[in-house]
Design a protein around this ligand. Structure first.
Ligand SMILES: Cc1cc2nc3c(=O)[nH]c(=O)nc-3n(C[C@H](O)[C@H](O)[C@H](O)COP(=O)(O)O)c2cc1C
Length: 177
């Protein structure tokens, strides 16, 4: 049985959208659908096995605006059976105390609603920040991208992350045959 995988992103100044397109290219046929978060409702995600969520942090530690609307409607959703892999965009130089906060806040909400996590966690090594709600120990709860200061690292970070996701998808697909 194939895993049903959807990519959902929100983006104000198109950087997260650009990363979403890179991920689309890398995942190819593994991805069923890619949408902007303003186009879907929380209940729509229940039919998928894996949600790849892309969110930038805005307004100093806050969720991107369309994601905020989505988040406000997540209460009461039962996401058991769904897995979440998340990527975030942030600026570690200008916002060192709230770096990637939105990724952490949204991840926690998916887990609170019953989703399975721990997929695609990445090391904080190579990032220079003071505080982040997305940090758990020495890892981020997903893929942290900083197009403002480290755009030269984006492609490699995305490629490595997608390789891991594909392995995870394939392992689940084989397990359910
Ligand atoms: C007003 C403003 C507030 C921001 N606040 C944060 C923040 O608190 N933490 C962070 O990591 N990045 C912050 N950023 C950086 C954005 O998350 C970053 O530029 C991101 O790449 C934007 O993604 P988008 O183009 O998809 O909207 C902020 C940027 C602006 C302009």
């Amino acid at each position: 049985m194939n895993m049903r995988v959807i990519l959902v992103y929100g983006s104000v100044t198109t950087k997260t959208e650009m990363v979403a397109k890179l991920i689309e290219e890398q995942l190819g046929d593994h991805l069923e659908k890619s949408v902007e978060v303003s186009e879907i409702e929380p209940a729509d995600l229940k039919e998928y096995d894996l949600v790849i969520a892309g969110i930038p942090t805005w307004d100093v530690g806050e969720l991107e605006y369309s994601w905020q609307d989505f988040y406000d409607n997540m209460d009461g959703q039962d996401y058991s059976g769904l897995h979440i892999a998340i990527f975030g965009l942030g600026d570690q130089d200008a916002y060192a105390d709230t770096y990637q906060d939105a990724m952490g806040i949204l991840y926690d909400k998916f887990i609170e609603c019953g989703a399975g996590g721990q997929i695609g966690f990445t090391s904080v090594d190579g990032h220079d920040h003071d505080e982040s709600k997305a940090q758990q120990g020495d890892q981020f709860c997903g893929l942290a991208i900083d197009e403002d200061n480290q755009s030269n690292l984006t492609e490699e970070r995305v490629n490595d992350w997608c390789e891991e996701l594909i392995q995870w998808i394939q392992s689940k697909t084989e397990a359910s045959v």
